[in-house]
Design a protein around this ligand. Structure first.
Ligand code: SAH
Length: 452
């Protein structure tokens, strides 16, 4: 197409026929896609063109003329503005169908014929997050907590985060009010000055323990003693108060150094009856009840009888490894974050499991080493970050050829790519089971079993 068929500021009425993976409505004007935030498939909407590119345009939703039967009243505008809950206007059953459909569409594009089961959802799809990382900034001369508006670093003040454990929302406000009371300066991004950058809170779903991490540009915090006394007095659940140093001008939230101000240097929680210690820098799934659903699916998919050798790649603090170790002969975990590997080793000990070994390193390197050393596995479990498996990891799988691969994925696009690559080594996926770990958002988690 030579030129956009629409122009900036133009108003028009269109029919929405799809949702993008980011949850935006899509309308077609003579094959030219128009992306409309907040619009749903089947809806007739009046929109105004905001930005017209050669191949697509963004339009603002002005009015819903014919609403989708799946449309529900949004909780608050702020959740759309910040991207905290981009699907809040879509009824929950339709969110689950959307996620299943997204995986199906990606498989079709990759020429994969793998059945995708209906997404396993939550009964109460809100208040689930066990972790928050809340930016602290000055807004109109006052220290403020909230969330950035989408694609910006403008802080929108927010007290109820909707998808977060309400105890965490409350803790953030307690800390905010103490910071205000003692006039502790908020961080200023523009000049990399000021003090408190973020408040990170984790809360154990079963243990009800709470960890608060103050992320600071400086080790020295004015009135720290009063602040600590105030936090522990107001929040008896706090079993760990930590200070994390991040003095860099960066978007990365946590720095590398942490010191304990009060209590333990870890949080403890349970999953499927095992106990886990979690350090501030370690990854831990954010939706505890759905994590149990996910792991149960993964263990079932692995089909363990107690005789198997299992490799758990991207093992984090060992949550999947230990769950599998209860049903397998031997488990080997590999993980790149040193704190997480230490946590995993401690967790094995805490749970009295001696048939599991954790190695620090990049999964792609360690897989190659293991393969070269002649280690084989009956089940290879992978749970990589969004970017999926490295080509060198897949190459090592192609040499080791474990009979079964269980792929836990947080990004169906890289999942489809990796399955296609694994097919070259004779693997076939029998089915994909999406599990909704992130209700109200567009994130899609799933378990897929591949066998040779
Ligand atoms: N299976 C764990 C962790 C999954 S998250 C759980 O369910 O809790 C993915 C993990 O992969 C993170 O702990 C991250 O630190 C780790 N990771 C990221 N890149 C890696 C790599 N190249 N090699 C090994 N681990 C990696």
């Amino acid at each position: 197409m030579a030129k956009a068929p629409v122009a900036k500021n133009q108003e028009m009425t269109v029919t929405i026929d799809d949702l993008t993976y980011e949850g935006m409505g899509v309308a077609k004007v003579a094959h030219y896609p128009l992306f409309v935030e907040g619009a749903l498939p089947g809806e007739e909407v009046r929109v105004r063109i905001v930005k017209a590119e050669k191949k697509y345009a963004f339009a603002r939703l002005e009015e819903v003329l014919v609403a989708s039967p799946d449309r529900v009243a949004p909780k608050a505008k702020a959740y759309a503005q910040t991207g905290i809950a981009p699907l809040q206007h879509l009824a929950y059953p339709a969110q689950l169908a959307f996620k299943q459909h997204q995986v199906e569409t990606l498989y079709q594009k990759a020429h994969l014929t793998i059945p995708v089961r209906p997404t396993l959802g939550m009964t109460t799809p809100s208040g689930y997050r066990n972790k928050a990382q809340i930016p602290v900034r000055m807004v109109n001369g006052e220290l403020t907590t909230g969330f950035y508006k989408r694609r910006s670093h403008d802080l929108l003040p927010l007290e109820d985060f909707y998808i977060q454990d309400p105890h965490i929302d409350h803790a953030v406000l307690v800390v905010r009010d103490l910071l205000r009371q003692f006039q502790v300066p908020a961080y200023d991004e523009a000049t990399n000055s000021g003090v408190i950058r973020h408040i990170m809170v984790r809360r154990g779903y079963y243990s009800k323990q709470m960890m608060i991490v103050l992320v600071s540009r400086t080790w020295v915090i004015p009135h720290l003693d009063e602040l600590m006394a105030g936090i522990t007095a107001a929040l008896p659940e706090v079993t760990s108060l930590m200070l994390n140093l991040n003095d860099q001008a960066t978007n990365v939230i946590l720095g590398k150094k942490t010191r304990t101000l009060f209590g333990q240097d870890y949080l403890e929680d349970q999953l499927l009856g095992s106990t886990f210690r979690i350090s501030p820098l370690s990854f831990y799934q954010v939706n505890p009840t759905q994590t149990e659903v996910l792991y149960t699916e993964a263990v079932r998919a692995a089909g363990l009888t107690g005789q198997e050798t299992v490799i758990d790649a991207y093992s984090g603090i060992g949550t999947i490894s230990l769950t599998m170790a209860k049903h397998a002969k031997q488990v080997y975990g590999v993980e790149v974050v040193p704190e997480a590997v230490k946590d995993a080793q401690t967790n094995a000990r805490l749970n009295g499991l001696t048939n599991v070994d954790f190695v620090l390193g990049k999964a792609e390197d360690v897989m190659q080493d293991w393969q070269a050393q002649g280690l084989t596995a009956d089940v290879l479990m992978v749970d990589p970050p969004r970017k999926g498996l490295a080509p060198s990891f897949i190459a090592a799988v192609g040499k080791m050829l474990p009979p079964k691969v269980v792929y836990v994925s947080c990004n169906p696009a890289t999942l489809a790519r990796d399955i296609a690559a694994l097919q070259a080594f004779g693997y076939r996926a029998t089915a994909t089971q999406p599990v909704d770990m992130f209700p109200q958002t567009t994130s899609i988690e799933s378990v897929t079993v591949l066998t040779r």
